[in-house]
Design a protein around this ligand. Structure first.
Ligand SMILES: Nc1ncnc2c1ncn2[C@@H]1O[C@H](COP(=O)(O)OP(=O)(O)OP(=O)(O)O)[C@@H](O)[C@H]1O
Ligand SMILES: [Mg+2]
Length: 282
C-alpha cells in the first residue's frame, strides 16, 4: 500500500555536523498489518514516521502509494496525508483547540461533515480511545499526560486514517494505562486499520506486532516477523536493544535444568510452555 524506496533524509544540509538521519531506507507497509518500528534513540524512527505521514519530504528516494510512484514529493505527501494519521511522540505538539471536543472535531469538520456527523464521529473516536466524555469541555492543556495522549489518539482516529502511526504512545503511562492503550490498538487494528507502533519496549512489540522493522543509525538493520527478529540476538545487540525479559528468564530456567523452547517472547506463551515442561518432567 505504501512503499519507500532508497530513501535518504538530511535535517540541515548546511550544518557542519553529519545530519543524515536516514540512509537508503526501503520498506513496504501492507494493508491490515500491525508493524513495530524499533531502534535506539536517534536511530531515525520519528523521521521515518514523519515521511510516511507526509509531514516531511525525503532528500532522495522514491515514494509509492497504492502502486503509484510520484514524480514530485509534494503530491506524494498529499497522498500520504490522506491515508496516514500520526500520533506524535509528544502529543501536546498536536493539541491546539480550546476544548477537548473541538480538538477531536477538527478533522471531521475539515472534511465537511455536518454537525450531527461530526458529533457521532467525535463520540465514536473518544470511545475507541477510552476517553471519558466528561472531559469534552476541558482544555486539552489542563489534562494529565495520559489523557492528552488519548485526546491526540481520538483526534487522529476521527480523521479515519487507513494507516495509524503512533510514535512511542506508551511513554509516560503507568502499566495499566499502557496495557489499556495496547488493547485499544489491537481493537483498532481488528476494525481494519493498519497500525504502526514505534516503541522502545521490546515487551510491547513482542505482545502485539506481527512484523518488526529495526533501525540503527538511520539504516534499516532488519525487517522480519516478530519471532524472527527476537531470535536474531546479534542484530538486536547491534541496535542496543534487548530481547524481552521473559525470554531471558526462560534461558536462565534452561541453564538450570529445564527444557523450554527458547523462541518464546510473551508472558502468556511462557506460562503455557513452563506448565507443559513441568507436566512432562513429573
Ligand atoms: N529537527 C531536527 N534537526 C536536526 N536533527 C534532527 C532533528 N530531529 C532529529 N534529528 C536527528 O536525526 C536523527 C534521527 O532522529 P529521530 O528523531 O528520527 O530518531 P528517533 O529514533 O525517533 O529517536 P528517539 O528514540 O529519541 O525518539 C538523530 O541523529 C537526531 O539527532
Ligand atoms: Mg523519536
Amino acid at each position: 500500500m505504501i512503499e519507500l524506496k532508497n530513501i535518504f533524509y538530511s535535517y540541515s544540509a548546511n550544518s557542519s555536523e553529519n545530519t543524515v538521519a536516514l540512509k537508503d531506507i526501503n520498506l513496504k507497509i501492507n494493508k491490515g498489518e500491525f508493524i513495530g518500528i524499533a531502534g535506539h534513540t536517534g536511530s531515525g524512527k520519528t523521521t521515518v514516521a514523519q515521511i510516511l505521514a507526509g509531514l516531511i519530504n525525503p532528500s532522495e528516494g522514491e515514494i509509492v502509494v497504492n502502486g503509484e510512484s510520484f514524480s514530485d514529493y509534494k503530491s506524494a505527501a498529499r497522498a500520504l496525508r490522506q491515508k496516514v494519521g500520526i500520533v506524535f511522540q509528544y502529543p501536546e505538539h498536536q493539541l491546539f483547540e480550546e476544548t477537548v471536543y473541538r480538538d477531536i472535531a477538527f478533522g471531521p469538520k475539515n472534511k465537511g461533515l455536518n454537525e450531527k456527523e461530526v458529533d457521532e464521529c467525535v463520540r465514536k473516536s473518544a470511545s475507541l480511545a477510552h476517553l471519558k466524555e466528561e472531559l469534552f469541555d476541558k482544555s486539552p492543556f489542563e489534562l494529565s499526560g495520559g489523557q492528552k495522549r488519548r485526546v491526540a489518539i481520538a483526534g487522529v482516529l476521527a480523521t479515519e486514517p487507513e494507516v495509524l502511526i503512533l510514535d512511542e504512545p506508551a511513554a509516560g503511562l503507568d502499566p495499566s494505562g499502557r496495557a489499556r492503550l495496547l488493547e485499544e490498538l489491537r481493537r483498532i487494528r481488528e476494525e481494519g486499520t493498519t497500525v504502526i507502533l514505534i516503541s522502545h519496549s521490546m515487551e510491547d512489540l513482542a505482545e502485539n506486532v506481527d512484523r518488526i522493522i529495526l533501525l540503527g543509525n538511520g539504516e534499516k538493520i532488519k525487517d522480519a516477523s516478530t519471532s524472527e527478529v527476537f531470535q536474531d540476538v546479534q542484530s538486536l545487540e547491534n541496535c542496543s536493544l534487548e530481547i524481552p525479559e521473559i525470554t531471558k528468564i526462560i534461558k536462565i530456567l534452561n541453564e538450570n535444568g529445564m527444557n523450554i523452547p527458547e523462541n518464546i517472547f510473551t508472558v502468556e506463551d511462557a506460562c503455557d510452555a513452563i506448565c507443559k515442561a513441568l507436566e512432562v518432567s513429573q
